[in-house]
Design a protein around this ligand. Structure first.
Ligand code: PHE
Length: 448
């Protein structure tokens, strides 16, 4: 089948765009803060290295090897008699589910660019009132910006792999990296930088709970876009020049660097202005705007740049989250790309619409058990579908596919014998055990 292809750098950039997302700048700093810093970061980094990279390499391998959308990719390499493994390809539904609320958060970011352009909250109390007012009180604003967010994502994906996805990543990723670097270097000039470094890198294991470990492991998967067939789908559009090992390392390197730089920068600023990093999910939307206000004129510029960077990070991920569904509909169900994009975007928008409403006062009935629809969808996609996708992928390559075929393929992709053995061990044993543990834990003890 003839498919449009990413260039070699385009594939790495787009996949790094997928990996670097709201997870890196919004979630990572606050979960690191909530879970005591250093020891948490260490567990996260170890998981990224020993489980994350092998799984990422597995996704890229499967996509690149088959050049097919997820369901057909599994079907293609499954040995005869085991073709039912194609169902593992339905992990792309995790992406579909994730996008319903991911796009709502991008809508908030759009609004925050607009907001910070004109006015910064003068105190934490004001910042908190503004954010809570938006999320729990202002359905109309959210609906409007959510629509803009979904529209942007759909337009880019409708543009296709090269003219849509590669092109936007070639612009947004360097811009995002530049903004984070500028802010990071500014943070270097603050005395509190050292305090931020020791908070993030001095491991104090007395502060780390079992729950914290599981959050770190779960986040390592999420941040690398594993288990939802996102990078696997991108890889199906990568060519012969793309090498599995070097691509995996580049993507992980960029993703980890951005998370650490953003975390250090934000903690430095927060310490400097006397704020507590243990602020939870409101860190980006509540603490940071108040911090920027205190910085004076520079803060005004930084605030806008910061939300632009976050928006770019979110958009380049959201695009990779929509593409698997579109690729499936287009290649496997033979629906035109245009129809696939707008049809799925419309359904995702609608579900997101109810998710957003579920947090607004008066719409509490939009709930699943104790949780708002918004939180329930988050739990379903990040704590159930994502680990399931990662688990089936690992079991499939580790136990079902012919080992020698895999080895032969990966030999051409930078895997020496030793690297292959280490990788295979991680895929066969380490990943399934790690994932099963976090799944059981989150099912029995609630959301991660
Ligand atoms: N990696 C993205 C982030 O950190 C989220 C994501 C998950 C994207 C799964 C694609 C697939 O925000």
């Amino acid at each position: 089948m003839k498919k449009g292809h990413f260039s070699k750098a385009g594939f790495i950039l787009a996949s790094a765009g997928s990996a670097v997302g709201l997870g890196n700048i919004w979630k990572f700093p606050y979960i690191a803060g909530d879970n005591g810093g250093g020891a948490f970061v260490l567990v996260y980094l170890l998981t990224v290295a020993f489980v994350g990279i092998p799984l990422l390499a597995a996704e890229i391998a499967l996509g690149n090897m088959t050049q097919r959308e997820p369901v057909s990719a599994f079907e293609h390499v499954a040995p005869s008699g085991k073709k039912q493994w194609r169902f593992a390809g339905f992990s792309f539904l995790g992406s579909f589910t994730l996008l319903t609320f991911y796009s709502v958060v991008i809508g908030w970011l759009y609004y925050y660019i607009y907001l910070t352009l004109f006015h910064l909250p003068t105190s934490i109390a004001e910042a908190e009132a503004a954010f809570m007012g938006l999320v729990t009180g202002d359905a109309i604003t959210q609906i409007f910006f959510h629509a803009l967010a979904m529209l942007t994502v759909a337009l880019v994906v409708a543009g296709g792999i090269q003219k849509g996805i590669e092109r936007i990543n070639t612009f947004m990723m360097p811009a995002l990296i530049l903004i984070i670097l500028v802010m990071f270097f500014y943070a270097l000039s603050f005395d509190t930088f050292g305090k931020a470094v020791s908070f993030m890198f001095d491991p104090d294991f007395s502060k780390l709970t079992a729950y914290g470990v599981l959050v770190a492991v779960g986040h390592a998967f999420f941040t690398l876009s594993i288990g939802m067939a996102a990078i696997m789908t991108y890889a199906s559009f990568s060519g012969k020049q793309t090498k599995v090992l070097s691509s995996s390392l580049w993507i992980t390197g960029i993703d980890t660097a951005i998370a650490l730089l953003a975390g250090l920068m934000m903690f430095t600023f927060m310490y400097n202005f006397g704020m507590d990093p243990q602020k939870g999910a409101g860190l980006v939307f509540i603490s940071m705007p108040a911090v920027f206000y205190q910085m004076g004129a520079v803060g005004n510029v930084f605030a806008v740049l910061f939300f632009v960077a976050l928006t770019f990070a979110g958009l380049t991920s959201a695009i990779s989250i929509l593409e698997p569904t579109v690729a499936h509909l287009e290649e496997r169900r033979k629906i035109s790309r245009t129809k696939a994009v707008w049809g799925s975007a419309a359904i995702i928008y609608l579900i997101g619409f109810f998710a957003l409403l579920s947090q607004v006062k008066g719409f509490g009935f939009l709930s699943v058990g104790e949780k708002s629809l918004f939180d329930a969808i988050d739990l379903l996609s990040s704590s159930i579908m994502l680990p399931l996708g990662g688990l089936t992928l690992a079991l499939f390559l580790g136990w079902v596919v012919d080992r020698h075929n895999l080895e032969r393929f990966l030999e051409g992709h930078g895997f020496t014998k030793v690297i292959f053995n280490v990788w295979f061990f991680a895929i066969r044993f380490v990943a399934p055990v790690a994932i099963t543990t976090i799944m059981l834990y989150s099912l029995f003890f609630g959301s991660l």
